[in-house]
Design a protein around this ligand. Structure first.
Ligand code: ADP
Length: 598
């Protein structure tokens, strides 16, 4: 199927045509046309086309609106007909849009209502939507949101420490560039030959807008942009992080109004504010020629990015890969060097020759880390359009509400012990006594119990589930983590690297071990059930609950397929309380597959 993607930014209109089949893998999408109107001025604009060779010509359009109107002509000239769907990049989707949404009148109104949160972007995006719906009235139009990928961020990353009444009014962090961060994380995992869910990645999207994103095990965990696209890194014309106290100061001391301050932070700050040019090529050239303002701007730019790398590596408890993308990330070896230099202490070092030799032909993702460095460093193209086409094809190919019913079981806190743990807690060679069989074949709850000991308090009589495992794992709820006073990460069973340590107490002694987790919700599924319902091991689905009286959908539920599994979903006690589940109830999988885990 042929999909047109329109990416109307604040200062450019990029568009592309992709041939991709519904539900095809990302690598199977083929771009057949690429166009970009940019650098608008009274004399017209630049028009760049061509794959892979770029041809730059001049076009007479003086504004984004004129250029948008000209897209059909540009496509016609290139012989691009047969458009079957249109995907639109939409900057802000608020809290509502976790995936691509068909652009109905109602969805358009909802996007319009978010304009105050993305004043530079949403209106331009909607302008393109309006033109495209007029030109291609008989195909479906889809919104793919920059914010969707970050909706999985935990509350501690999205919540501002401000009065409740402000938070109730919707003040929170969202994060942007999600489509780009999601794509490059996939591309990096592909390049490294490792599943995304095993990786801790920091992605730096450095274009006119710039953001850093912490991607832990395939999910966005934090992003440097906040409620608006103003927070975070230094950008072309945006300030990034500033002290919010400057509003009061500037208003009292200089008499500036809030709109004036805001306008300057969006349009006259960043590289522009520091040097008079928002273009990194100019700034680098001027710095090399000795301009002290340009030199300071480059130092600030790199320093801010490096601070975010440190912060996100700490937030994720380590780092496996750093990705550079966006015009600056892709094209400026010196900026990549400046950002990475000094990070050797945590295993991040780039190789000079590899860094200088980066080419981004095709879908290349080039590794530039020094040989033997622990952290991989990858440069790859920000292929937002391709990702948008893929999301649209996936949405169009999604099975219409394929449903199956599965039982949901509530997992109370429990431990899985290793041989060494049993020896320490119950005495050398002790054999646990299987008491109750569990529904997963061969698994049982033991008669013995242990006590969890944390800096804030103890939790006694904790169940032990057998058989023994090679590594001890302790599964608690978020509420338990506060009772113990230890922060536990949400992890899939077995993904224990970098998890916190805890002391277990038993009748014969104590055992200190890592492996403390809050178990991520998951579904055990037999191979037969998976086959019948078109699901694969490692996919994620949404599960809508019925019968609870309080409608609730669990998103991002991992499906784990095994031949002899008993099909059943496991949630923890906090999730059960939130949804009003007391024991086992029926749930429904709605078949919405989340692409990032494919
Ligand atoms: P947008 O966010 O509008 O998509 P881009 O991703 O195209 O922006 O990035 C634009 C930025 O990339 C500009 O600051 C530009 O100067 C910078 N850039 C492009 N090529 C180079 C280069 N060779 N060296 C340094 N910076 C570059």
């Amino acid at each position: 199927m042929r999909i047109l993607v329109l990416n109307a930014g604040s200062s450019s209109l990029k568009f592309g045509v992709f041939d991709i089949e519904p539900n095809a893998a990302l690598s199977e999408a083929r771009q057949v046309f690429k166009g970009n109107f940019s650098r608008f001025g009274p004399e017209g604009c630049d028009y760049t086309t061509g794959i892979p060779d770029r041809h730059v010509t001049r076009a007479p359009y003086i504004s984004l609106a004129e250029a948008t109107d000209a897209v059909p002509l540009a496509l016609e000239k290139a012989g691009m007909d047969g458009i079957e769907a249109v995907g639109h990049r939409i900057a802000h989707g608020g809290s509502k849009f976790a995936q691509a949404a068909e652009l109905t009148d109602q969805v358009i109104e909802e996007i319009r209502s978010l304009t105050a949160l993305a004043p530079m972007h949403n209106p331009a995006n909607l302008q393109a939507v309006e033109v495209a719906r007029r030109v291609w009235p008989y195909v479906s139009h889809w919104a793919v949101f920059d914010t969707s990928f970050h909706l999985a961020n935990p509350a501690r990353a999205t919540t501002y420490a401000v009065p409740k009444i402000w938070r109730d009014a919707g003040l929170r962090r969202f994060g942007f560039h999600g489509t780009s961060h999601k794509y490059v994380a996939h591309r990096a995992a592909e390049e490294l030959g490792q599943p995304l869910r095993d990786l801790r990645i920091i992605s730096l999207h450095l274009g006119n807008g710039a953001s850093a994103c912490a991607i832990a095990r395939g999910e966005s965990m934090d992003s440097s942009m906040g409620m608006t696209a103003l927070e975070g890194l230094v950008m072309g014309t945006r300030s990034g992080d500033v002290d919010p106290g400057l509003f009061g100061y500037l208003s009292r001391q200089i008499g500036l109004s809030i709109p004036q301050i805001e306008d300057a932070l969006y349009c006259d700050s960043g590289l522009q504010g520091l040097t008079g040019s928002s273009d990194m090529r100019d700034v680098e050239d001027r710095a090399a020629a000795g301009d002290p303002d340009a030199q300071l701007a480059i130092n600030i730019y790199a320093y801010r990015a490096r601070k975010y790398i440190g912060a996100y590596a700490a937030a994720m408890g380590g780092l496996d890969a750093l990705i550079f993308t966006g015009g600056i990330g892709e094209n400026s070896p010196s900026m990549r060097r400046r950002i990475c230099d000094g990070l050797e202490f945590f295993g991040l070092k780039i190789d000079h020759d590899r860094n200088m030799a980066v080419t981004l032909e095709g879908r290349s993702a080039t590794q530039i880390q020094a040989y033997g460095a622990r952290v991989n460093v990858i440069v790859t193209e920000a292929a937002e359009q391709l990702m948008i086409a893929h999301e649209v094809a996936t949405a169009l190919g999604a099975p219409a509400k394929q449903q199956m019913s599965i039982p949901i079981a509530v997992s109370a806190r429990h431990v899985h012990l290793s041989r060494a743990a049993v020896d320490a807690l119950f005495g050398p060679g002790y054999e646990l006594t299987p008491d109750k069989p569990l529904r997963q074949k061969g698994h049982w709850a033991a008669r013995e119990r242990v006590t969890l000991h944390g800096p804030k308090g103890d939790i006694a009589h904790v169940a032990i589930l057998g058989p023994l495992r090679s590594r001890t794992q302790i599964e608690i709820s978020r509420t338990d983590s506060f009772a113990l006073g230890i922060d536990a990460p949400v992890r899939q069973s077995g993904a224990l690297d970098g998890t916190p340590t805890i002391r277990l107490n038993g009748p014969a002694g104590s055992f200190d071990t890592d492996g403390l987790i809050i178990a991520a919700r998951h579904i055990h599924m037999s191979s037969d059930d998976a086959r019948q319902n078109g699901l694969r091991d490692g996919e994620t689905v949404n599960v809508a609950l019925n019968d609870t009286g309080r409608g609730l959908t669990f998103s991002n539920v991992l499906v784990r397929v095994a031949d002899n599994a008993f099909t059943e979903m496991h949630i923890d006690t906090d999730e059960a309380n939130a949804s009003g589940i007391s024991s086992v109830i029926e749930g429904e999988i709605n078949g919405a597959v989340v692409l990032q885990h494919r």
